[in-house]
Ligand binder design. Structure first.
Ligand code: FAD
Length: 478
């Protein structure tokens, strides 16, 4: 695929590569500076593997002070910088460019402090998402945002993309669960934004940082909320004869003011793929499946479930199956959370990520199917239905350039559809390079110029993850 453009590398930077590496070697230990081509290769792409560029060098600092020294140096040298966590971005957010230094936070992976009384944890940015819950679960706590990639992805990357997950319907996404960050600015200064409690004084700069895709600075530490685990949780499978009926049921449940912990959708192809992988006991004689999880005491769960079942019946539900044991519940979630990996076993795929008002689900599901079929391709849908966050997985053969281009075009048409029905280009995966050129579809030139001016306040030289989010020619407009 070649549709997404990269900036032409600055020849004056390439010509200074040895000098830049020599400068970096004075700032970090030898093991933290990666320059050999074969060792830079793992950093040339992220989970948007169709695109790749070998970076100038990779630095893996161990402290905030090292990040500050490296950023200051790159800023002074005019060298672009690409912040990186675990490199699981599906939008190409961590893909470098040839004249850029990658600054990875993977060595900064310690949990610094846990304060159960105030329900917060302070962690370094390279800590994996799941490690936070792992650290506090014995005390009955958890960290709520749960991307399916949570075993690998970092808190820094979650902040960069404002990531979400299946259980964010009730608990909110990253921005609702981060209270403060330590941010290193391009000039090497270190600032504390937010704090250890809700609603820090002053402008809500934290709201600006979360989801800024590494364009405003590098997060080295974060204070996150930890929540008490519920008394019990019960995922329930609802099988429907059509995707439209499942979509209508979702809209009706949300419309009735019921907020389960999670409400996940799978269409027939996704059910088949996930069941073959996880043996979760998903019903195979239905066209669409909702996994709805309720939590609380038995009485609370029974009461909420009764209302949900009643609504599902009004929309023609064919199968209702409650998990009866912790093992069954785990298998249900294993199937859902492995959906992307399981899909990768049968085909190459592009995972799109758009958001729509839930009331539009039936219409959008129908149109998405038409769009993908129109390109002669297949789609598997598995997504966070409760908050209208779609993830159509468009299946294609990456060795066939024509088919690959069709897959990208179909994805772009779907994202445009999301915008047309009042939604948004991204739900939780960010813009990265993938949706950068569609930003002009979502925003008018004035809106975009204002956003770029805000970005430029933090990075006048446009060096922080410069080829992402805004159209490449955008810098001029700002
Ligand atoms: C199989 C699979 C399933 C997924 N499921 C989900 C899901 O359910 N929900 C979801 O939201 N996402 C999901 N993702 C996407 C991805 O995991 C998330 O975007 C994740 O937050 C990225 O974290 P990372 O550490 O890999 O960050 P990276 O990919 O390394 O970086 C992501 C972005 O954040 C920036 N960044 C990274 N670290 C920092 C830092 N310290 N300071 C400032 N900026 C930084 C980068 O420059 C980049 O723009 C999935 C991905 C895969 C491969």
């Amino acid at each position: 695929m070649s549709a997404i453009a990269f900036p032409v590398p600055d020849p004056t930077i390439l010509a200074r590569r040895e000098q830049i590496i020599e400068g970096l070697s004075r700032l970090v230990a030898p093991a933290a500076l990666i320059t050999a081509e074969d060792e830079r290769r793992p950093y040339e792409t992220d989970a948007l593997t169709a695109y790749r560029r070998l970076p100038l060098a990779v630095v893996l600092p161990s402290t905030t002070q090292e990040v500050a020294a490296v950023l200051k140096f790159c800023g002074e040298q005019g060298v672009p910088v690409v912040p990186r966590g675990a490199g699981t971005s599906l939008a190409g957010g961590a893909i470098p460019q040839e004249d850029a230094v990658v600054i990875g936070v993977s060595k900064m992976n310690r949990i610094l402090a846990i304060d159960y009384a105030n329900r917060v944890a302070k962690v370094q940015a390279g800590v994996t998402n799941l490690a936070v819950t792992g650290e506090v679960s014995a005390e009955g706590f958890f960290y709520a945002p749960d991307p399916s990639s949570q075993l690998a992805c970092s808190i820094g990357g979650n902040i960069g993309m404002n990531s979400g997950g299946a259980h964010c319907l009730k608990y909110g996404v990253t921005t609702n669960n981060v209270l403060g960050v330590t941010l290193v600015m391009l000039d090497g200064s270190v600032v504390e934004i937010g704090g250890a409690h809700l609603d820090a004084p002053g402008l809500d700069l934290l709201g600006l940082i979360v989801g800024s895709e590494g364009q405003l600075g590098i997060v080295t530490e974060a204070t996150v909320r930890i929540l008490r685990s519920a008394e019990g949780a019960r995922p329930v499978l609802f099988g429907f004869p059509t995707s439209e009926q499942a979509g209508e049921a979702v809209a009706a449940i949300i419309g009735a003011g019921i907020i389960p912990v999670a409400m996940e959708f799978m269409d027939k192809p996704a059910i088949e793929i996930c069941e073959a992988f996880a043996h979760a006991g998903y019903p195979m004689d239905v066209e669409a499946l909702l996994i709805i999880e309720v939590e609380g005491s038995d009485a609370e769960m029974d009461a909420q479930l009764a209302r949900i079942v009643a609504i599902a019946r009004e929309h023609g539900v064919k199968t209702v199956k409650e998990s009866k044991s912790a093992m069954e519940a785990a298998a249900i979630w294993k199937g859902r959370k492995s959906a992307f990996g399981a899909t990768g076993r049968i085909a190459d795929y592009i995972c799109m990520d758009g958001t729509i008002p839930t009331g539009q689900l039936p219409h959008v599901l129908r149109r998405m199917d038409e769009i993908v079929k129109g390109y002669g391709l297949r789609v598997a849908n598995v997504f966070h239905a409760g908050d209208g966050n779609l993830h159509p997985l468009i299946l294609y053969n990456c060795n066939d350039p024509v088919e690959a281009q069709k897959a990208e075009d179909a994805g772009m048409d779907i994202l445009k559809l999301c915008v047309e029905v009042g939604g948004c280009l991204t739900g939780e995966h960010g813009v990265g390079i993938e949706k950068r050129d569609l930003m002009t579809f979502q925003f008018n030139p004035e809106d975009l110029a204002q956003q770029m001016r805000v970005r430029a306040v933090f990075d006048q030289a446009w060096l922080l993850n410069p080829a992402k989010v805004f159209p490449l020619e955008g810098r001029v407009a700002a």
